[in-house]
Each structure stands twice: as structure tokens, then as C-alpha cells.
Write a protein that binds this ligand. Structure first.
Ligand code: ATP
Length: 512
């Protein structure tokens, strides 16, 4: 299996240098866990969100979207269990004060899975293995629980009742709005409600660049089904032969390696319990692969028993092989009717649905909640697109054309001939009405191609001296460096076909 070629720190350096991602408020020394997206990065991030929304909302008849607010009534977080239970284990160094997350400290030092460990278990492991501060080697404090929600005050007077929280996940807003959305969109089970938006977690030790941040974005779907029809998935046939790397809870117990399996196998062998869960795992994996990610860098891993959250009946993570190991890219949980029931109880509001068939009220079950961090998806696409091309001696960012931050670069061959520059500018202005484009006149044409390759510009259009006579230009492919000559009047149509995935060589006369 080919490994990602960069470390996460090298990726952070590349992202900063090329205008993708900057450490937030760097002029003041930065603030850990917060990042800004630059002029190229914002385009990639927006394209990722646009593609996700298109696939899972616009192209489907069974899912609608919402855009909820970041601050909600505090009772939302009481009902969901976040106020009482959304905690990590915090350990301080008694001498230098460095703070560690208990589970990751033990996982890193002892290479064991800590999911579900109690405070006492963690304290025992620390003592038994004499784990000390990683920074100064001194004694560590007793582990304690730390709530990850950021709090703030709503209104001018700060009292205990003005305290509110920044949402740690987008999911709960979907549950709180459930009745309004279901009624107004006239949704019939099975159906989903999707949302993309910011989430905030006061992570104890944010690290690994965009992987663990304190402010990030999530793309989530709550997919609701009839409680008595939990295994009736009409779409399952679309994915039965779909193949992915699988690591079940049982395989982990037996210390077995992941295995390539089809969805059909997973269901027949009862490795994945419901068809819906299997369907969503395949769909989410496929979304990445369809957008150019390497299928071999992914696996699905089932949560072992003591790793499961309090609300989850079954959880699988879609994992990616990051340079620092296999890590969660997306969590897909069966949340049952836990959340709706909690909100019914705490809000005293009826959130049930009337079932026409049985003429009874029912509380739908969330058979699967695919929950994806936008920035982790961003990292995956960047790692899988990053290639160093020896013959060109520059990086080529082979992002899928739908994700490419800039689709077309327009270059006059030289910068000191006004007619040529004007002609190129005219073409650029015409194309940018259609796609994200860049216009570059500085440096040699080779240097400009290299600069374009590094930020993933999919096609370069060069206007040369002949263009002034024959009304033709050259198009160059980022991935193959193949070039064709086309008439300016046909340029848009040909670029459209090229951006839709056709091979450049098929679209015009090749230039050697
Ligand atoms: P982890 O175990 O890595 O802390 P989690 O299980 O707490 O993740 P979920 O609550 O399942 O994560 O969140 C769903 C998704 O949101 C994750 O799969 C990930 O893509 C994203 N996510 C969660 N926490 C962060 C974070 N601190 N920074 C960036 N993305 C995050």
C-alpha cells in the first residue's frame, strides 16, 4: 500500500506556503486549535461542501437540508447529555503545567485502545507504567473529567441563567427542529435531514494540524426510519457489490488484520447489523473515491463494545490512513430513538410522527448518522492529491476537477506584448464568468505552469503569437502535461468537456 508521502507537519507547511491554510492570528503568536483558510483553501473547502450537499441533498429525494444556529437553548445540551457527559480526561503535569488528554497519552505511550476506560482505569495505567510528563519528565496529576463545550453568555447581564454553549456538534439542532422540518417538508419515513456548519470543542490538546481543532465544520445527516422497518432499505441493491476494507469488533478482539469485503458479505455474515448502516457506509466511502481519493487508504472499523457512546447501538468509523496512523475520518452511528426521546422528555413536546398504515404515533429511529468533519475531508483530498513529479521537478496537486480550487489558468506567452496580454485578458474575463480562473503574466511560462500545478489548476490556456493570427490557443492538462490546440470560439465547450472528465487528447489537435 502506498503511504501518504508527507508528514502532517509538512502538509501544514505546504498549505501555508500555497495559500490553503494559515494558523489563526499568527501575528500574535497564534492560538492553538484554530486555523484560517486562505484564498486557495477557501475554494477547496467550499467545493468539498458543495459536492457533499449536491450528492446527499440535491440529488436525493429523501433528504432535505437545514442551517441551524451555533448557539441554542441550553436545554438542548442538557437533553442530549452533553452538559453532563461530553467530557475528556484531563491530566496536568504537576511541575510545568502541560495538559494532556488521558486517553491519547496512554494510547501513545502504551499503544493500547483506551475507549471506554474509567478515570480509575486511566489512573491505574499511569501509575503501573510510571508514565510521566512528556515535556519535562515530572509527576502527573490525578486524571479528572473536563467538559469540552465552550460556554458564553447571552445578553448584557451575566448570571448563571445567561450561560449558553457553542454547539459541539450540528446534530442536536436537527433533532430540536425535527417536527418543523418534517411537517413543512412533508417528509415520509424513511428520510434524512442534513446540515453543514460550524462546531466547537475545547479540545485538551488540539494537534495534527486540521485533524483535531477547536473550531471546525461538520457535514452531518440524521437518517430516520420507522421503528418496525429498520432493515428495509430500498437502496441496498445499489451497493451490494461495493468493496471496502473492513475491521469488525470481532476481528479487533481476535487481533486480526482488516479484510477486503463486499457489502453483501458484510450483511450475510452479520458483520454489519442493518442494511441501512451498510448502505451509508458504502455511500460515504464511495463519495470520497468518486472525488479522486484512493480507496486503499480507507477502511471501516466497528467500535468495540466499551467504545460505544451512551446513545449508540452500533457505530462504525470510516477511517483513513493518515501519516500518523489509521484515524477516524467520519463516524456513522445508529443513534436509535435516543435523541428524539430525550427531547420529548425535556421539552414536553410531541416529536412523534403519525403512521398512516397503523394509525399509530411512532418515534422514528436514527438508523444511521454519518458525521463528517469538513477539515478531515480536506486533509484526505490534499494527501491523496499530492504528488511530487520528478520530471517536472514540482509538486502536482491532482485534485479531482470538481474539487480543484481554480479550474483554469490563462497565460499570455510573454508579458511585454500588449496585444497578446489584452487578448489573454479578454479570454480570461470570458472564462471566469463560468469557472474559477487565474490570470498570470509573471515569470517564464514553465514557472507559471509549475505554480499552477502546485495549487491544482486543472487546465492552463496559453495565448501565444500565433493566437493573434489564427484565433487559436493551447490547452495544457495538469495531470499529463498533454497539450492541444483549439479555436478560441470552441474553447469554452472544450474546457467544459475536459472538466467533466474527458481526456484532453481526444478533444483537439495535439501539440508535441
Ligand atoms: P475523535 O474520536 O477523533 O475525537 P469523535 O468521535 O469525538 O472524534 P464525533 O463526535 O463522532 O468525533 O464527530 C464527528 C466527526 O467530526 C469526526 O469524525 C470528525 O470528522 C469531526 N471532528 C470531531 N472532532 C473534531 C475536531 N476536534 N477537529 C476536527 N474535526 C473533528
Amino acid at each position: 500500500m502506498d503511504k501518504p508521502k508527507l508528514t502532517i507537519d509538512e502538509m501544514a507547511v505546504f498549505c501555508k506556503r500555497k495559500g490553503f491554510v494559515y494558523p489563526n492570528s499568527e501575528i500574535y503568536g497564534g492560538i492553538s486549535g484554530f486555523y484560517d483558510f486562505g484564498h486557495i483553501g477557501v475554494e477547496l473547502k467550499n467545493n468539498i461542501k458543495k459536492e457533499w450537499w449536491k450528492t446527499f441533498v440535491h440529488e436525493r429525494d429523501d433528504i432535505v437540508g437545514i442551517d441551524g444556529s451555533i448557539i441554542a437553548h441550553p436545554m438542548v445540551w442538557k437533553a442530549s447529555g452533553h452538559i453532563d457527559g461530553f467530557t475528556d480526561v484531563l491530566i496536568d503535569c504537576t511541575k510545568c503545567g502541560t495538559r494532556f488528554r488521558g486517553d491519547t497519552l496512554i494510547e501513545d505511550k502504551l499503544k493500547i485502545l483506551t475507549a471506554g476506560m474509567s478515570l480509575e482505569d486511566i489512573a491505574k495505567e499511569l501509575k503501573q507504567h510510571k508514565i510521566k510528563c512528556l515535556k519535562c519528565g515530572n509527576e502527573l496529576s490525578e486524571p479528572k473529567r473536563f467538559n469540552l463545550m465552550f460556554s458564553t453568555n447571552v445578553g448584557p447581564v451575566q448570571t448563571s441563567s445567561s450561560v449558553a454553549f457553542l454547539r459541539p456538534e450540528t446534530a442536536q439542532i436537527i433533532f430540536a427542529d425535527f417536527r418543523l422540518v418534517q411537517e413543512n417538508a412533508r417528509l415520509k419515513l424513511p428520510f434524512g435531514i442534513a446540515q453543514i456548519g460550524k462546531a466547537f470543542r475545547n479540545e485538551i490538546s488540539p494537534r495534527d494540524f486540521l485533524f483535531r481543532m477547536r473550531e471546525f465544520e461538520q457535514m452531518e445527516i440524521e437518517y430516520f426510519v420507522h421503528p418496525e422497518k429498520q432493515d428495509e432499505c430500498e437502496f441496498i441493491k445499489d451497493v451490494l457489490d461495493y468493496e471496502l476494507n473492513v475491521l469488525s469488533a470481532e476481528m479487533q478482539k481476535q487481533n486480526k488484520k482488516m479484510q477486503k469485503m463486499t457489502i453483501k458479505d458484510c450483511l450475510n455474515k452479520k458483520i454489519i447489523k442493518t442494511k441501512w448502516h451498510a448502505y451509508w457506509l458504502a455511500m460515504m466511502h464511495k463519495w470520497f473515491v468518486d472525488l479522486g481519493a484512493n480507496s486503499e487508504h480507507f477502511r471501516i472499523r466497528q467500535h468495540v463494545k466499551n467504545e460505544l457512546s451512551h446513545y449508540a447501538l452500533e457505530t462504525w468509523d470510516l477511517e483513513y490512513e493518515f501519516p500518523f496512523g489509521w484515524k477516524e475520518l467520519q463516524g456513522l452511528s445508529n443513534r436509535t430513538d435516543f435523541d428524539l426521546k430525550q427531547h420529548i422528555e425535556h421539552s414536553k413536546t410531541d416529536l412523534s410522527i403519525f403512521d398512516e398504515e397503523t394509525k399509530k404515533k411512532i418515534i422514528p429511529h436514527v438508523i444511521c448518522e454519518p458525521s463528517q468533519g469538513v477539515e478531515r475531508a480536506f486533509l484526505v483530498f490534499m494527501f491523496d492529491a499530492y504528488h511530487y513529479d520528478k520530471s517536472r521537478d514540482n509538486v502536482v496537486l491532482k485534485l479531482h476537477p470538481r474539487l480543484a480550487p481554480i479550474k483554469v489558468g490563462v497565460f499570455p506567452l510573454v508579458s511585454n506584448k500588449k496585444e497578446l496580454v489584452d487578448k489573454a485578458k479578454e479570454i480570461y474575463c470570458n472564462l471566469k464568468a463560468e469557472w474559477t480562473c487565474t490570470f498570470d503574466v509573471s515569470g517564464s511560462i514553465g514557472r507559471r505552469y509549475a505554480r499552477a500545478d502546485e495549487i491544482g489548476v486543472y487546465a492552463c490556456v496559453t495565448v501565444d503569437f500565433e493566437s493573434l493570427d489564427d484565433e487559436s490557443v493551447t490547452i495544457r492538462s495538469r495531470d499529463t502535461t498533454e497539450q492541444i490546440r483549439v479555436k478560441i470560439k470552441d474553447l469554452k465547450e472544450i474546457l467544459k468537456k475536459f472538466l467533466d472528465g474527458e481526456r484532453l487528447g481526444k478533444l483537439g489537435e495535439r501539440v508535441e
